[in-house]
Ligand binder design. Structure first.
Ligand code: PLP
Length: 468
């Protein structure tokens, strides 16, 4: 440990050496991730019991940290970047995104105000306008008009911020405000209702059709009944690609109903919005011009490391009115001029990282062509798997597979489906998770990891059919 002018800080030379070693570690890890058991099998407490009970009195060489990464932590890692990772949803990373994260960490800026680092704000606005072009989002979501985009940590935060804006726009007593989403919506909608202080009993879970998409007729009936009862419809969340089965709520009729009742429409396209990179899949966004807000997670299926949720509003006034608090110590001429965006007014925390760097790096590395190529490849793999399931005598699709998620079950029932899940997950070669659809235990196969190729889906299929 060097002292002197540096105190106890890492010297520039040591930083360079250790950081190079860390980058080598990551590159080697990603090269060999396929050979590691996808699902960690440690027991609760295993990792902590391998760590010293207290912190070191004197600093240690960084080599010791890297050594413990291999020795202690790696057995407790479930390998989300493995090509055999088919669980939950993709949370993929990529070379340009990892480098973007590193650069952001190196700059270490806080982007709470335009004035605290103008490039942080302006690159974010610009990258989100690029993403709006890439996904062909309605003009209102571009920063050139009344709306614009902001990077939130997660879709959950976007859902909450949209509700806070909806609450602000409607005004008045929140005790009479109602909210609507389908029975298949993500749990973050219910959490947002609770956090925002609306009555959880006034969250209406709208029925779904046989494809698990929201039934507009049931939404219409519930809105009408609530309005007739003197309640005030405030917030509707439509999902483009539900978590359980990738169902697509019909945004256009839902949006028309929301407008008719003066409710805010938020569209949650956390994973599946990425498919709109490809013109042939843009139908999932039909009616999006009726939405007040929209979110997609590039940190799911668009090769950007967690966390990066792109949240758009068609009119930013209600959002800023809901979230802007200006203490004296944050006042500055640029903010006072009204000519700049201060993103702290678009989110709940004050501080914010330079997350746009990784999104920008990814878009520049892949380009439109590269992003479309990989999304199409994942969808093709999923469609091929869905066709195999349909043709198999013992298996069946439990829900339509519009994009990159395949939901299947054994025809003999839940015990047999559980056998399939166990066979896959005990193999070490692949990892899938489950849901329940129509009461049936269902295997979800989510395809979207950066390294997943045809041979990995073939191997998964072997594991499933051997156990069928
Ligand atoms: N919405 C949908 C449709 C999702 O599938 C998910 C993730 O599973 C979420 C929201 C929550 O995402 P986040 O972790 O970004 O809050």
């Amino acid at each position: 440990m060097t002292t002197g002018d540096q105190g106890f800080h890492m010297s520039s030379a040591d930083f360079r050496r250790n950081a190079h070693a860390a980058v080598d570690w990551v590159a080697d890890y990603l090269d060999r991730v396929e050979s590691l058991p996808v699902l960690s099998t440690v027991s609760p407490g295993d990792i902590r019991s391998a760590l010293p009970a207290g912190p070191p009195e004197r600093g240690e060489p960084f080599e010791a940290v890297l050594a413990d990464l291999d020795r202690v932590l790696l057995p407790g890692i479930t390998h989300w970047q493995s090509p055999g990772f088919f669980a939950y949803f993709p949370s993929n990373s990529s070379g340009p995104s990892i480098i973007g994260e590193l650069l952001s960490a190196g700059l270490g800026v806080q982007g709470m105000l335009w004035a605290t680092s103008p490039a942080c704000t302006e690159l974010e606005t610009h990258a989100l306008d690029w993403l709006a072009q890439l996904l062909d989002l309605p003009a209102a979501f571009h920063s050139s008009g009344s709306g614009g985009g902001v990077i939130q940590d997660t879709a959950s935060s976007a859902t909450l911020c949209a509700l806070l804006a909806a609450r602000e726009r409607l005004g008045g007593d929140i005790r009479s405000m109602t909210a609507y989403t389908s029975t298949q919506a993500h749990s973050s909608v219910e959490k947002a209702v609770r956090v925002a202080g609306l009555d959880p009993a006034l969250l209406r879970l709208v029925d779904v059709d046989e494809s698990y998409a929201m039934r507009a007729d049931d939404l219409a009936a519930r809105l009408a009944a609530d309005a007739a009862a003197g309640l005030r419809p405030a917030y509707v969340v439509a999902t483009v690609g539900t978590t359980s089965s990738n169902a697509m709520d019909p945004v256009r009729p839902v949006g028309e109903l929301a407008r008719r009742h003066g409710a805010w429409l938020h569209v949650d396209a956390a994973m599946s919005g990425t498919a709109a990179l490809c013109p042939e899949h843009r139908g999932i966004h039909d009616g999006l011009e009726l939405a007040d807000s929209y979110c997609v997670n590039p940190h799911k299926w668009m090769f950007v490391n967690f966390d990066c949720d792109a949240f758009y509003v068609a009119d930013r006034r209600a959002l800023v009115a809901a979230l802007s608090v200006v203490p004296e110590y944050l006042r500055n001429p640029a903010s006072d001029s009204g000519a700049v965006i201060d993103y702290r007014d678009w989110q709940i925390p004050l501080g914010r990282r330079f997350r746009a760097l990784k999104l920008w790096a990814v878009i520049r590395h892949y380009g439109v062509v590269g992003l479309q190529h990989h999304v199409r490849a994942h969808i093709a793999l999923a469609q091929d798997l869905a066709a195999r399931v349909t043709a198999h005598p013992a298996l069946e699709l439990v829900a339509p597979a519009p994009l990159n998620l395949v939901c299947l079950a054994h025809r003999e029932g839940d015990a047999a489906t559980q056998r399939l899940l166990d066979a896959v997950n005990s193999s070490g070669e692949a990892y899938v998770t489950h849901t329940r659809l129509g009461g049936r235990l269902t295997m979800r196969v989510s395809i979207g990891a950066q390294r997943t190729a045809g041979r990995h889906v073939d191997r998964l299929w072997e594991l499933v059919t051997e156990a069928a």
